[in-house]
Write a protein that binds this ligand. Structure first.
Ligand SMILES: Nc1nc2c(ncn2[C@@H]2O[C@H](COP(=O)(O)OP(=O)(O)OP(=O)(O)O)[C@@H](O)[C@H]2O)c(=O)[nH]1
Ligand SMILES: [Zn+2]
Length: 313
């Protein structure tokens, strides 16, 4: 019996994987052949974030080489339809502890529709989500009041929020604490300050993601390329170009209202069990909107997504 180690995939090229074992050693690893045919619906059997069992190769010379013998069951994963084969899907990352949306109200403006879509995707993927409003320094009194209004909408729904300024290094400690001990997906429009923020808390991780980002902007990346970065021991982030904007594709078949926490708690109270909450009499969701218990902007996002869903069917 050869030695078995537990490790985590931190980089995947599709051909080989970089794995860090629990002792912090890095391995270049390949999958044992039989795994490749196991799951027919995905193009990649293994993704960044996966926990695996490793078997070091005896003949390895200077470089640490190993074979991956087992993949642990996933807590969650991000998946999207393969760009090469429409009948298959591609797993982008696994076992995410949270999805962090970096948003800004100016330069560029992140729309509420975009925020809500991100949150719905996170719900569908069963990944806890939070929102970090960056560039606080650009906000005047009115803008600050508006951010507070947004926080009053999102926090009671279970989405923690932070308001920070990477430029004025305000709230960076809280941002660091938010990430502490977790694997976080960082998401957000180009220009919201993801690289600046990462740089501020971990120059090494910031540098690496910036390289990938400029690589991606040239349009040369493929979705098979994914990597997670160590902010510090036990704290990781993924800022892969292909997953910056989580899509709604390939989520569970659950109806959309299941992904809005404020509607989820009302399900079963509508008169019709298949209520779409758009026009039906005796609709508990419409009543809640009317009564101001559901934010109008959230309901508007719901309607927008519902309509989009229907045109895609
Ligand atoms: N005023 C202000 N500007 C900021 C702040 N944070 C970042 N910026 C600026 O916003 C611009 C974009 O920041 P980046 O960190 O490159 O944004 P990014 O999200 O990584 O963008 P991509 O790499 O395109 O995905 C830069 O000019 C930053 O200096 C902030 O808190 N306040
Ligand atoms: Zn209803």
């Amino acid at each position: 019996m050869s030695e078995q180690l537990r490790g985590r995939v931190i980089k995947s090229t599709g051909l080989w994987y970089e794995v860090e074992d629990e002792g912090g050693r890095r391995w270049t690893a390949r999958l044992r052949g039989k795994f490749k045919v196991k799951e027919l619906k995905v193009t990649n059997p293994l993704a960044v974030g996966d926990w695996v069992q490793l078997e070091p190769l005896a003949e390895a010379g200077g470089e640490e080489q190993a074979v991956i013998t087992e993949i642990e069951p996933r807590q969650n994963y991000l998946i999207r339809r393969s760009i090469h084969n429409k009948y298959k899907s591609h797993i982008l990352a696994a076992n995410l502890d949270q999805a962090v949306l970096i948003a800004t109200l100016a330069q560029p403006r992140t729309s509420l529709g975009f925020i809500d879509r991100f949150l719905v995707s996170a719900e569908a993927y069963r990944i806890p989500a939070c929102i970090v409003f960056n560039k606080k320094d650009l906000l005047k009194e009115k803008g600050k009041g508006y951010v507070q209004e947004l926080m009053d909408i999102y926090e009671p729904l279970g989405y923690p929020c932070l308001v920070i300024s990477a430029k004025e290094t305000e709230g960076l400690q809280a941002f660091g604490q938010l990430l502490e001990g977790k694997l976080s997906l960082l998401s957000g429009h180009s220009g919201v300050g993801k690289s600046t923020l990462l740089n501020a808390i971990s120059p090494e991780a910031g540098q690496k993601t910036a390289e990938i980002s400029s690589f991606a902007n040239k349009g040369t990346h493929t979705t098979t390329f994914a990597e997670m970065f160590k902010v510090r021991e036990g704290t990781w982030v993924i800022d892969t170009p292909g997953i910056k904007e989580l899509g709604l594709a390939d989520m569970d078949e659950d109806p959309l209202d299941h992904y809005f926490p404020e509607m989820r708690s009302l399900l079963g109270e509508c008169r019709f069990h298949n209520c779409s909450h758009t026009h039906e009499p005796g609709c508990a969701v419409l009543d809640a909107v009317e009564a101001g218990q559901i934010a109008p902007s959230r309901y508007t996002s719901y309607l927008g997504m519902l309509e989009e869903d229907e045109t895609h069917r």
